[in-house]
Design a protein around this ligand. Structure first.
Ligand code: NAP
Length: 242
């Protein structure tokens, strides 16, 4: 049984990806900042459906915690880098602490975790790495300067690694969601005026759901995905081309 590690899989898009990979037959390592009730409930759900799951925790804004976590990852075949933090602040008011939090979680931790898992993938001549980006790589939000830059940096790293790992049977791709209705944007979208502005900016005319992102990750992590590498795939109802 192959093992998939999905960061930030206690909720939202990461949870949908973890459920899908578990139903595809992977043992799934679930991850959150803490061992919350929702992550425990997800582990139970996977096990009730006949799957295998374990839980690991770490705050990926904290580099030391990330390095400790990396040491525990001995047999990961599929790595999905989904966790991120996102601060909304006018650009002139961004503090360096907020900048480093976002860079550490959204970019540096991705590099550290990839470094940790690649030797196992190379030994087996098989591996799948998927970064989760954002439509903001194409359409940056003015109040999320560092967030969108961190996602663009992660995608540039993905492209470089896809070339460097191609001969090893390891594919590396990015999935860039648009507006997906999850905990992180419930508050902003509860304002009807803002919600209308957002919906009007999406060509298909509605928000996505977390499970809209899991099918493409499943494909990229499957045998059928073996010829897809170095790609950034937008799951955004057309927003990136608008
Ligand atoms: P979410 O619902 O806010 O869930 C966040 C997940 O990340 C949770 O599992 C959370 O764990 C974990 N997390 C939060 N802070 C963390 C930290 N400091 N260190 C480690 N893990 C942390 O997120 P989402 O909306 O599903 O987004 C998932 C991914 O899609 C992110 O990379 C996001 O940037 C990207 N994305 C989302 C949207 C969207 O509209 N939702 C759009 C574009 C891109 P706990 O449960 O323990 O807090």
């Amino acid at each position: 049984m192959k093992t998939a590690f999905v960061t930030g899989s206690s909720r939202g898009i990461g949870k949908a990806i973890a459920l899908r990979l578990a139903s595809d037959g992977f043992k799934v390592i679930l991850h959150g900042v803490t061992e919350s009730n929702h992550i425990k409930a997800l582990k139970d759900e996977i096990e009730k459906n006949g799957g295998t799951a374990e839980i690991i925790t770490a705050d990926l804004c904290n580099l030391e915690a990330t390095k400790k976590l990396a040491k525990k990852l001995t047999d990961v075949d599929v790595l999905v880098l989904n966790a991120s933090v996102q601060y909304r602040t006018p650009w002139q008011e961004i503090t360096t602490d907020a900048c480093y939090d976002q860079l550490n979680c959204n970019f540096v931790s991705s590099m550290v975790l990839i470094q940790a898992v690649v030797s196992h993938m190379k030994e087996n001549g098989w591996g799948r790495i998927v970064t989760i980006g954002s439509v903001q790589e194409a359409k940056p939000h003015p109040d999320m300067l560092v967030y969108s830059a961190s996602k663009a940096a992660q995608t540039n790293m993905m492209q470089s690694l896809s070339l460097q790992l191609a001969k090893e049977g390891i594919t590396v791709n990015n999935v860039a969601p648009g507006v997906i209705y999850t905990d992180r944007n419930v508050a902003a979208l509860s304002d009807p005026e803002y919600a209308k502005k957002v919906t009007d900016s999406i060509p298909v005319g509605f928000y996505g759901e977390p499970k809209d992102c899991s099918g493409i990750v499943s494909l990229l992590c499957s045998e059928e995905g073996r010829y897809i590498t170095g790609q950034s795939i937008y799951v955004d109802g057309g927003k990136s081309v608008q």
